[in-house]
Design a binder for this molecule. Sequence first.
Ligand code: GTP
Ligand code: MG
Length: 195
Amino acid sequence: MIIKNVSLDIVCGVTSTLPENEWPEIAFAGKSNVGKSSLINALMNRKSLARTSSQPGKTQTINFYNINDCMYLVDLPGYGYAKVAQSEKEKWGKLIERYLHSSKMLRAVFLLIDIRHEPSKNDKMMYDWIVAQGYEPIIIATKLDKLKRSQVQKHVKMVRQGLSLLPGSQVIPFSAVTKQGREEIWDLMDRLIGF
Ligand code: GTP
Ligand code: MG
């Protein structure tokens, strides 16, 4: 996709009514700080339209980014951040659940995993939960620039095993710093949406 215009169109908090959009949506899930907003910026060729932070828990709403008036990239709040109160976590969880459940235009869910670390219990839970909602999560292994090239294969394998992925399912290594993986993700999204 050639990016012509992007804008943050819809922001939903825990009490919001979710939109009934007419364009396809692709959502990005993953633990706090894994790089969801950074990935979305990289996909949009924007530095900071999606707000990022070294402090986990930055994105606290579901944000719909309009791409070329033909699709949405959907930035979900992160999970697993210890400092967020349990009551907040539950509210965000319910919001995400409500979204995955109710969206008629959601075409795919990408699950982001930090390539440096073994997937956590929460990552595994999120993976299984996305599957239970009827989606086959596509894994993006983030922060690729933090590894030596010689380590990449081993870590991709670790992510695969940690999530017990089926042999055919995809893991795309990505770096928001070098933008490595960006084209592959767009090619896949174009196909998923049918462009
Ligand atoms: P929440 O909104 O809190 O759920 O986090 P998020 O998943 O949206 O993460 P965000 O994009 O805000 O990134 C978190 C931190 O990781 C920021 O300091 C980013 O600069 C950094 N970061 C994100 N992606 C990469 C990457 O590919 N490489 C490196 N080196 N740092 C990254
Ligand atoms: Mg974020």
